[in-house]
Write a protein that binds this ligand. Structure first.
Ligand code: ZN
Length: 393
């Protein structure tokens, strides 16, 4: 059995331990120690890292009560100096304690029980058994949680027999077992937990909800505290300043500045759309004026497929007209259409021409459209359709 030093002192950074077992975890060397301050991945909190002797601790796993320290290389000695990466661990202690405080605040103010918790790389998530969480509630919860942080309340960890649990007002009672480890935020919250926590709430630093999402029938809250809150603040402030500089606006004027740009953009888009439509109308008229017989055909460049489609539709508004167009764009396309008074099957022509551009498409006897992969076959495909149209008309 390994003595879990992190239970008594989560601040322990270095210790000596004796190797009591050597094994292999998926091809990687691992050791069992007589005592350890390395926290194994469990209860939503990720494992610690650090060093055991000369080896790096890559992962710490709990396996049927055993704590496996997975190492970067085997260690020969039996007695070893071990060091926990305390920067990582302390971050976990801050996030984990902040989670207890926030979960309790959600329980008090939103009647929302915590049904899941995961300490992630970027944020810590708390799954709450509520259908929805109004922003106004979140703000009140944040205020209560941070008030408890500012009060710098002691955080105490102790073990009690299961049958004495009813003496404590335990949020989320644990599964029945002989002994239960409780974590108490003095005068605010008692919760069964085997993780690592700070000694005073002030150490968690600011607690901030940074997002929510629906997960099945619950709401998942993303939160940060401590250095993560500082990092988040910096990143967001940096974003705001960069956007403000791009728009030559004061940060407070950003919403107005963005709304103005969107409005102007919308107006420009409408103007351009009208002009493009006029231009297509004009081009359609040109094609009609130049047409010999009923057939109009061209290989278009500098057109989007959508623009080409509109052009073709404009052209075939004129009676006795067949328009067979190719579009030389990223995706070579064919657009075939005819006026209502012509008896010629556009879909048949398209099906004839598509193999030459290795394409797919569809339509009906009056209008057919398709795109392909073979740019080099586009001209030939169009010629084939034109010949077939002459033959068929
Ligand atoms: Zn905990």
């Amino acid at each position: 059995m390994t003595e879990r030093l992190y239970f008594q002192d989560p601040y322990l950074k270095s210790f000596t331990a004796r190797v009591i077992g050597r094994l292999d975890v998926e091809g990687r060397p691992a050791v069992l120690l007589d005592r350890t301050a390395f926290y194994p991945t469990s209860g939503g909190q990720p494992h610690d890292t650090g060093r055991i002797g000369d080896a790096e601790v890559l992962e710490v796993l709990e396996d049927g009560g055993r704590i496996l320290h997975v190492l970067s290389s085997p260690v020969k000695e039996d007695e070893l100096l071990c060091e926990v990466d305390f920067k990582r661990r302390y971050d976990h202690m801050q996030q984990h304690t902040a989670q207890h405080i926030l979960s309790r605040a959600f329980e008090l103010l939103a009647h929302a029980d915590t049904v899941g918790f995961h300490l992630g790389k970027e944020t810590t998530t708390i799954d709450l058994s509520v259908r929805e969480l109004p922003q106004e509630t979140i703000l009140r919860v944040e205020e209560l949680a941070n008030a408890k942080v500012f009060e710098n309340r002691p955080v105490r960890t102790f073990v009690v027999p299961y049958e004495e649990l009813s003496k404590y007002n335990v949020r989320k009672p644990p599964e029945p077992r002989e002994w239960v480890r409780l974590v108490e935020v003095s005068g605010f919250d008692v919760c069964g937990c085997g993780g690592t926590h700070v000694r005073h709430t002030g150490e968690t630093g600011l607690i901030k909800v940074v997002g929510t999402e629906r997960v099945r029938s619950d709401v998942r809250v993303h939160m940060v505290s401590g250095k993560r809150a500082l990092r988040d603040f910096r990143q967001n402030l940096d974003l705001v300043h960069r956007c403000a500089a791009m728009l030559s606006a004061a940060p407070a004027d950003l919403p107005d500045a963005i709304a103005r740009i969107l409005r102007e953009n919308d107006e420009r888009f409408r103007t351009i759309s009208h002009m493009a439509e006029d231009l297509l109308q004009f081009r359609a008229r040109e094609y009609i004026q130049q047409k010999k017989g009923r057939l109009v055909s061209d290989l278009l460049q500098g057109y989007t497929v959508e623009q080409a489609r509109i052009l073709v539709q404009r052209i075939v508004q004129h009676p006795d007209t067949v328009a067979l167009f190719g579009v030389d764009s990223d995706r070579p396309s064919l657009i075939f259409a005819r006026s209502d008074d012509v008896d010629l099957d556009m879909l048949r022509l398209l099906q004839l021409a598509l193999p030459l551009i290795d394409g797919r498409g569809g339509g009906n006897p009056r209008f057919a459209q398709g795109g392909g992969k073979r740019q080099e076959g586009l001209k030939e495909a169009l010629q084939l359709a034109v010949s077939a149209a002459y033959a068929g008309s």
